[in-house]
Design a protein around this ligand. Structure first.
Ligand code: 3PG
Length: 306
């Protein structure tokens, strides 16, 4: 019997695991569960004899992939696959896939939720501000960016987007104004919401040249990856611009400095939780197991990323 491992340091909702198991068993696969593991050795042991695996932000390093002697396919239940060593996967004849779009609404709702939370001074009883009528820049108009725009429209925000890979007409069709450069986006928008992936080109790319040109009372919203923001530049901006605020789904490396110096001007989730909803877990988990079965049974390589 073929074995599928779910290895999630941050577990899926129970309902998602139940659905994944049901689909796996129906197809004649055994489901193995490794949740909330704390040691790398536990993951190395669990991958040793499995044919397929589903992960979240779990790190599929070369060491892990080399230890997975029977592994044929690994699915990152989610969008960003910067946690998989794609070179090692390819070298080991392992197909790597993601499940784009499946958890995007959850991430978008968190981005807007955190914006409201900070605009209302963390619900501390003092007078805050509203989102209505404010400018919002969406940096990368993929699945999450699109949902953020859809929700923000309900708040009557003025929405702009920058994405060199998407036709202007696609953005315009959603009632969003496309702009020609990141500079133009940051210059125009009081709120900027990041939706770029983390790769060699984007890491540290959100720097003081962009943050420094944002209008008064600027708010940077990061539900992408902490690595895309240049932290030294961010700290410089926080220091020189008392009107600047930063919201991030997962704390930056320099979180202690924020705690010491910038009370009330930031919010960080304790653990990455953009995709932490039952709906997102169910959608991404079901997509993951379905893609695994379709690949192993029919050679279907949809959403292969290596
Ligand atoms: C993604 O890339 O899909 C999100 O960052 C979700 O990550 P998570 O599954 O670790 O919550």
């Amino acid at each position: 019997m073929k074995k599928v491992l779910i290895a999630t340091e941050k577990p899926f909702a129970k309902a998602a695991v139940y659905s994944i198991k049901e689909i796996a068993n129906k197809a004649g696969y055994e489901l193995v569960l490794l949740e909330k593991y704390t040691e790398k050795s536990q993951l190395l042991e669990a991958v040793a004899d499995v044919d397929a695996m589903i992960i979240r932000s779990d790190k599929a390093t070369k060491e892990v992939l080399d230890a997975a002697k029977n592994l044929k396919v690994i699915v990152r239940a989610g969008a960003g696959y910067d946690n998989i060593d794609l070179e090692a996967a390819t070298a080991n004849n392992i197909v790597a896939m993601n499940t784009p779009g499946q958890n995007s609404n959850a991430v978008a709702e968190l981005a807007i939720g955190m914006m409201i939370f900070l605009a209302r001074n963390s619900f501390n009883g003092t007078s805050g501000t509203e989102l209505r009528g404010k400018t919002l820049g969406i940096h990368a108009y993929g699945n999450v960016g699109k949902y953020v725009a859809e929700i923000a429209k309900g708040f009557q925000m003025k929405i702009y987007a920058f994405d060199p890979f998407i036709e202007d007409s696609v953005i315009e069709a959603d009632g969003v104004t496309p702009v020609k450069s990141a500079e133009e986006l940051y210059k125009k928008c009081q709120y900027v919401s990041l939706h770029i992936p983390a790769n060699d080109k984007t890491k540290n790319s959100i720097n003081k040249d962009l943050l420094g040109i944002m209008p008064e009372n600027a708010v940077l919203v990061n539900t992408a990856r902490k690595e895309v923001v240049h932290e030294d530049d961010l700290l410089e901006i926080m220091e020189t611009r008392p009107d600047f605020k930063y919201i991030s789904d997962i704390a930056p490396v320099c979180a202690d400095t924020f705690a010491e110096k910038y009370e009330g001007r930031y919010f960080f989730t304790p653990k990455k939780m953009g995709a932490q909803t039952a709906e997102a877990n169910i959608n991404a988990g079901i997509a993951g197991i379905t893609q695994i079965i379709n690949y192993l049974e029919k050679g279907d390589e949809t959403f292969k990323v290596n």
